[in-house]
Design a protein around this ligand. Structure first.
Ligand code: UDP
Length: 238
């Protein structure tokens, strides 16, 4: 039995604790939600539990397909044990359909299917408001080595393929998503979470948004949408 130790970090949606094993952290998922660079704040009932379960199921599915992840096991309704990674301060966003900031920046109508999927990097920095960066910026700031960038890119493409195919039978379209990676004894592992907070999921028949955009854009039915995604993913996992 691992003992929960010192609070190492508290973010917008999660708390990370040390344990008595230096190679393991406990991650606690909160119901708090923020959007627009922290300007919009709120809570989404049961979000912590739903995102814990969803992340656990999706990390397990990906690990089974040779994507190395930080996930070890779910240890409580809103708590998971993970490998103690050092997060690489680069957010990797993959996109299949134009939405959100891409639709705005490139003047595309939301819902436009991209002729080819797109990968983007953002520098994880609250002070700088997470600016978009490219491989050269990552090298110049020494945020990751060239090999680590290649690994993050290749895992992100693989995750896009696997998740898209996995979610299809549940009538969920994977529009876009954000991944974070961490270093564990010099190895790059997929980390953070995979949930409606970090992905855009649309219902494949109605196009209904089943993700954090319901919170961002005050569309209502936020809790129901998160519950619905969990129900559908659980049905895929038997
Ligand atoms: N995303 C995220 N955290 C962020 C920014 C974006 O998880 O800090 C996710 C977001 O949920 C979406 C994808 O990354 O699935 C692309 O987001 P976008 O750049 O369109 O920004 P947004 O419209 O969310 O501000």
């Amino acid at each position: 039995m691992l003992i929960k130790g010192e609070l190492l970090y508290e973010g917008k949606a999660k708390k990370v604790y040390r344990t008595d094993d230096p190679d393991c952290y406990l991650v606690e998922f909160k119901d708090d939600a923020t959007a627009f660079d922290g300007l919009k704040k709120g809570t989404i009932a049961r979000k912590g539990e739903i995102n814990t379960r969803l992340s656990a199921l999706l990390f397990t599915m990906l690990a089974g397909q040779d994507i190395p992840t930080h996930f070890i096991e779910q240890t409580g309704p809103r708590e998971m044990l993970v490998k103690a990674v050092k997060i690489i301060p680069v957010e990797v966003v993959a996109r299949n359909i134009a939405a959100g900031s891409l639709a705005k920046r490139l003047g595309l109508e939301e819902g436009t299917v991209l002729k080819r999927p797109v990968l983007e990097f953002y520098y994880k920095s609250d002070e700088l408001h997470d600016p978009m960066i490219n491989n050269y910026h990552i090298a110049a700031l020494e945020l990751a080595t060239a090999t680590q960038i290649k690994e993050m890119e290749s895992y992100a493409w693989k995750v896009n393929e696997l998740l898209t195919g996995f979610l299809q039978p549940a009538n969920l379209v994977l529009v876009d998503f954000k991944l974070e990676f961490g270093l564990y004894h010099d190895r790059v592992l997929l980390a953070d979470e995979i949930s409606p907070d970090t992905c855009r999921f649309w219902d494949s028949s109605s196009g209904e948004k089943l993700d954090k955009d319901r919170f961002r854009r005050d569309l209502g039915g936020v809790e129901d949408a998160y519950e619905e995604v969990l129900r559908r993913v659980e049905s895929l996992c038997g």
